[in-house]
Design a binder for this molecule. Structure first.
Ligand SMILES: [Zn+2]
Length: 192
């Protein structure tokens, strides 16, 4: 079983995933991972509801999970899964062959509406997907989009500085219609 918690920045994806962690009484059968590239709270999964955090092994690739697997591992938790590289099918393998329950939390979209690195693949292999909404920074409605304030030199930035969640209306207002249309310019090229 693979269950994915996804949504925009500050929606509480990690908190929702950790709720499942705390439901499991015998923690001996759990192993937790997070990406090495994310150097906030190295080796600890934290969230706004669980400030004390839980220990996690830092990895770069899904393949690095395999040496930790043994008969006693029944549950795997991976935070910020969007930053982990390698073959996502390792998760399907562990779920199907080892009958491990896998819970992952990750950002679905970049601030310019592209699938975030491995997330489209993660979503496609998930048994269950929970899309967590945030609260719009501008109007308080449910927010599905992550807005980035400032200049970005590339698509992928680690950390949550200058990112905040917005609803569709406020996202459009902040970006402006003209700039937003540019995000879809490749579609219009196809039409021509
Ligand atoms: Zn709004």
């Amino acid at each position: 079983m693979i269950k994915t918690f996804t949504g925009p920045m500050h929606s509480g994806k990690s908190s929702s995933m950790l709720r499942e962690y705390f439901k499991i009484w015998n923690k001996e059968h759990i192993i937790c991972f997070k990406p090495k590239i994310d150097d906030r709270d190295l080796g600890i999964i934290k969230s706004k509801d669980y400030k004390e955090g839980i220990n996690a092994i830092c990895i770069n690739n899904f393949e690095e999970i395999l040496p930790y697997i043994n008969e006693s591992i029944k549950n795997i938790f991976i935070d910020e899964v969007q930053f982990i590289k390698g073959n996502v099918n390792i998760l399907s393998y562990l779920s199907l062959i080892y009958d491990i329950n896998i819970y992952v939390a990750g950002l679905n979209m970049t601030s310019d509406l592209k699938g975030f690195l491995c997330m489209p693949e993660i979503l496609s292999i998930s048994d269950e997907i929970e899309i967590i909404k945030a609260s719009c920074y501008d109007c308080g409605k449910e927010a599905s989009y992550t807005y980035y304030e400032g200049k970005k030199d590339n698509d992928i930035k680690v950390g949550d500085k200058n990112y905040f969640p917005l609803c569709a209306n406020c996202y459009r207002k902040r970006i402006g219609n003209e700039k937003l249309k540019k995000y879809f310019s490749n579609l219009f090229e196809i039409e021509k």
